[in-house]
Design a protein around this ligand. Structure first.
Ligand code: ZN
Ligand code: ZN
Length: 455
C-alpha cells in the first residue's frame, strides 16, 4: 500500500465528525481474524488509533474520551464495500452521499467506493474533484470514487484515465454496462498498467443477455420470462482474464453470479492474471426460486441463479477464488421497482443487510465460518491498495460493534438509505451492527442502542 493511496480514501469525509477521537470500548468480544484476536477485551482508542487492547475491565478511559459499554457485542474490524451506487450526481431521488454513507455506517462499513454510472457519468476530472470535495463535508464514512472506463460510458473511446486518476479516482468502471468492445478493453488495460488503480468489470455480453429479465433456466422457462444465460457473464470473464494476462494489467470482476464464472476466474488466476473477484450477499444467499414471486425486489443484474450456482459461489468464497464481498448497493425509487417484473429496474440495496444476511444464512447454519465472512467483508479495500481495517495496537480505530443476538425484521424500523428496494425486506435476520466507529469517532449509533451507551 502506498501512503498516497491510503490518503485518497481517508481524506474524503468529515460527516462523522473530526477523526481522531478518544474512546474506551468496554467489554466487547474482540474478533479479528487478521490479527488473531478472539476474546473479551477493552479497546482503548487515542487520537483515532487503537492504543491498547486490554483485558476486559482493565482498559483506561482516555481523558475527555467517551466510554462505550460494549458488553454482549462483538467488535469487528469495520467493513469495506468496493461496490456502491451513491446515485450522485443527478439521481438524488434514489440516494445521495449523505444517505448512502449513512446506510454504509449502519451496516458496519467504514469505507466505500462509489460507482460512476451517475447522471452525468463520472468521466471528467472536474466531476471527480467535485465529488471528493462534497464527500469531505457530506460523507459519514470515508468514500472513494471510481471514474468511467469510457467517455459517457458509451463503450467507444477511453476516458482520460491519467487525468481522472490524478484527480483522485481510485479506479475505473463502466459498471451498469459492460465494456463490450475487446479492443477498447485492451487499451483500457494498457492504460491501467501505466496509471495504476484497478478496472472494475461488470461482465456481460449484451448479445447473449438480450432482453433477459432473470437467470435463464427452469424457473425462467416456467415463468415464461426471457432469461440471461450464465455464458453471458463467463465468456466475458474469460476474454478479460486473457486480456489482463496479455497486458499485465490489473482488473477486478464484480458480482459473480454463476458456477461458470467462478471457473473462468479460476482459469485466469491460475494462468497468472492479476484478476480479483467479488461476490454479493444476495447471490450468496438467494436463488432464482425467489423470482417465482414476480416481485421486482428480486430483479438485479447479474440475476439470481440456481442453487448449484449458489453452491459454487459459496465454495469460491471458501477456496479463495473470490477475494472479497461487495454489496452492489443499487438504490431505486418505488416507481422504478414496484411495477411489473419485466419492466422494473435492475438492482437492490444492500449496505444495511450485508452482514446480517450472511451471518444468518451462512454462518449460523455452519456453512461458512464467521472469520471468513468478517475477513472478506474487509478485503475489498485491498483492490485499491488500502489496508483493510484491523483491531490491533496502533491500527486506525475503524470498528464495527455488532450485536450477534439481535433478531430483527428487515425493513420494519425503516432504512437509512433513501431507497427501500431490499431483497431481504420482511425476512427475520439475526445480528445487527449497532455502532460504527471511524478513526475513533462514532460515525453511526443505532437509535434504540443509546440506552446502552455510558459516558
Ligand atoms: Zn454491475
Ligand atoms: Zn453495480
Amino acid at each position: 500500500m502506498s501512503a498516497e493511496q491510503r490518503e485518497i480514501a481517508s481524506l474524503d469525509w468529515r460527516g462523522g465528525g473530526e477523526p481522531g477521537g478518544d474512546l474506551l470500548i468496554r467489554g466487547a468480544h474482540g474478533f479479528d481474524p487478521r490479527s488473531d484476536l478472539d476474546r473479551e477485551c477493552d479497546i482503548v482508542v487515542r487520537e483515532g488509533r487503537i492504543a491498547a487492547i486490554a483485558e476486559s475491565g482493565a482498559g483506561e478511559l482516555p481523558e475527555g474520551g467517551e466510554e462505550l459499554d460494549a458488553s454482549g457485542l462483538h467488535a469487528f474490524p469495520a467493513f469495506f464495500d468496493p461496490h456502491v451506487h451513491l446515485r450522485t450526481p443527478g439521481q438524488e431521488y434514489r440516494e445521495d452521499i449523505e444517505s448512502g454513507t449513512r446506510a454504509a455506517a449502519a451496516g458496519g462499513f467504514c469505507g466505500i467506493v462509489a460507482m460512476a454510472n451517475t447522471d452525468p457519468v463520472v468521466d471528467d476530472p472536474a466531476i471527480v474533484a467535485a465529488l471528493r470535495e462534497r464527500a469531505e463535508t457530506e460523507a459519514v464514512v470515508p468514500t472513494a470514487f471510481v471514474a468511467t472506463v469510457t467517455r459517457g460510458m458509451a463503450g467507444r473511446e477511453l476516458s482520460e484515465m491519467a487525468a481522472l486518476r490524478e484527480a483522485g479516482a481510485v479506479g475505473f468502471s463502466d459498471d451498469g454496462l459492460p465494456v463490450t468492445d475487446a479492443g477498447v478493453m485492451r487499451r483500457a488495460l494498457q492504460y491501467q498498467h501505466l496509471v495504476g488503480g484497478t478496472i472494475l468489470l461488470h461482465e456481460e455480453d449484451p448479445a447473449l443477455s438480450g432482453d433477459g429479465a432473470m437467470g435463464e433456466g427452469a424457473v425462467s422457462a416456467a415463468l415464461g420470462l426471457a432469461g440471461v444465460p450464465d455464458v453471458s457473464e463467463s465468456t466475458m470473464i474469460a476474454r478479460d482474464g486473457a486480456l489482463c494476462l496479455y497486458e499485465d494489467a490489473r482488473a477486478h470482476v464484480q458480482h459473480l453470479s454463476a458456477r461458470a464464472s467462478v471457473e473462468a476466474v479460476a482459469v485466469a488466476k491460475q494462468a497468472g492474471a492479476k484478476l480479483t473477484a467479488e461476490l454479493t450477499p444476495h447471490h450468496l444467499v438467494l436463488t432464482d426460486e425467489e423470482v417465482r414471486s414476480l416481485d421486482a425486489r428480486f430483479k438485479m443484474n447479474p440475476p439470481l441463479r440456481t442453487e448449484d450456482d449458489r453452491q459454487a459461489l459459496i465454495e469460491a468464497l471458501r477456496s479463495g477464488i473470490v477475494d472479497c464481498i461487495g454489496t452492489d448497493h443499487a438504490p431505486h425509487a418505488p416507481h422504478e421497482k414496484e411495477i411489473p417484473f419485466e419492466v422494473a429496474n435492475m438492482g437492490v440495496t444492500g449496505l444495511e443487510t450485508a452482514f446480517a444476511a450472511l451471518y444468518t444464512e451462512l454462518v449460523l447454519p455452519g456453512v461458512v465460518d464467521l472469520g471468513l465472512i468478517v475477513e472478506r467483508l474487509g478485503a475489498g479495500a485491498e483492490l485499491f491498495d488500502i489496508a483493510p481495517s484491523r483491531i490491533a495496537p496502533d491500527a486506525e480505530a475503524d470498528i464495527a460493534l455488532v450485536d450477534l443476538d439481535s433478531d430483527w425484521e428487515v425493513g420494519a424500523d425503516g432504512w437509512e438509505s433513501r431507497s427501500v428496494n431490499s431483497c431481504f425486506t420482511g425476512r427475520r435476520l439475526r445480528s445487527r451492527p449497532v455502532i460504527t466507529i471511524v478513526a475513533g469517532t462514532v460515525a453511526y449509533r443505532r437509535r434504540e442502542f443509546t440506552m446502552k451507551v455510558a459516558g
